[in-house]
Ligand binder design. Structure first.
Ligand code: HPA
Ligand code: ZN
Length: 344
């Protein structure tokens, strides 16, 4: 069995992906046409050629510009439904999606259009493919905490349909402390909280996300390797990291996948997970990320299964569903022959 086949049959959860970063070039051009939005690119090839980034900000400039093709509720539905269909094909049983409403409401798109489109597609994916999903709303960290709090208030009609809140966008210069009150309010309302940290920012941003914002998971978290006591704390408390190797490669956070800290952190006992971040921009869905790690970091079947188990341990999902999903991983290890000694 090839690594691709093993990964394809491995049940998994995806916990770090941005809906706006999953618009494939063909859908992007269709939406631009449908909405009469002028864009710089005429063909899918031209678009793909533009997906070369020097760093996070360089990517974010294109990413925010690309959001302009999302106008109607149906557009948000289409992009969400396409991602969940693609995730289902990668044997994702459960997905937690990031959405950044400020990137849309500041362009004059009604919040209800965004929310109804996304939530409707999540319900359709559940009905059609039995994929479960949850929504995590991100505040853009280059904006003020007051704007994040205003977004939190505006989302009140949808509180019952949200898993939690997080922090995304330009990291360096926008430290976790800037959003301490926003996170306190989110936790007080009973939401799960996560934050992008240690992607381009220092280990101190990871520590502050954990200790000051009291996050349930850290998104990326790469820089924690620079602080051994922080690594020990993350391991001891099993605070998950949602890592995104191909994203890190494309945004030049790492020079090559073999330099990624994922395997070192996994061996140090951290709850490391593998995710796609912005799959259409970074050239790979979740399975591509697993396979890239397998090849570059020399992961064996047990490592890959541990990453998948971690994804369910880290998921904000009901306990019974978690237990069932993890049992399916063990079943695959046996059926695939990866655990030859346990075959009947
Ligand atoms: N980092 C921060 N913000 C983002 C990213 C990312 O990789 N993708 C989309 N928004
Ligand atoms: Zn991200």
């Amino acid at each position: 069995m090839t690594p691709e086949q093993f990964v394809a049959g491995l049940p998994k959860a995806e916990l770090h992906m941005h809906i706006e970063g999953s618009i494939e070039p063909d859908l992007f051009l269709r939406l631009a046409r449908r909405n009469g939005v002028a864009v710089r690119w005429q063909t899918e090839e031209e678009l793909r050629a533009a997906y070369r980034f020097t760093d996070l900000q360089d990517f974010l400039d294109l990413y925010y510009d690309g959001c302009r093709v999302l106008v109607k509720s149906q557009d948000f539905h289409d992009v969400t439904r396409e991602y969940l269909r693609r995730a289902h094909a990668d044997y994702v049983l459960h997905a937690e999606l990031f959405l950044g409403p400020q990137g849309h409401t500041t362009r004059g798109i009604p919040l209800a259009a965004v929310m109804e489109g996304v939530l409707g597609a999540m319900a359709d994916a559940h009905a059609e493919d039995a994929v479960t999903s949850g929504l995590i709303v991100l505040a853009q960290r280059h904006r003020s905490e007051e704007e994040a709090l205003a977004m939190l208030d505006a989302l009140q009609p949808w509180y019952g349909q949200l898993l939690g809140f997080g922090l995304g966008g330009a990291e360096v210069g926008n430290p976790p402390a800037k959003f301490a009150e926003f996170f306190r309010r989110c936790r007080e309302l009973g939401f799960k909280v996560v934050a992008h940290a240690g992607e381009e920012g220092p280990a101190a941003y990871v520590r502050d996300s954990v200790e000051l914002l009291e996050v349930d998971r850290v998104d990326h978290g790469n820089a924690c390797v620079d602080d051994p006591s922080l690594v020990a704390e993350l391991a001891g408390r099993r605070i998950p990291l949602t890592m995104c190797p191909l994203s890190n490669l494309k945004l030049q956070v790492i020079p090559a996948v073999d330099a990624h800290p994922l395997k070192r952190l996994l061996d140090a006992g951290l709850c490391v997970t593998v995710n796609s971040d912005d799959p259409s921009y970074f050239g790979g869905y979740v399975n591509d990320n697993y396979v890239a790690c397998q090849q570059a970091l020399g992961l064996d079947h047990e490592d890959l299964a541990r990453l998948a188990r971690n994804s369910f341990e880290a998921a904000f999902m009901p306990e019974a569903q978690r237990v069932d999903a993890i049992a399916r991983i063990d079943d695959w290890l046996t059926r695939s022959g990866a655990r030859a000694g346990e075959r009947e």
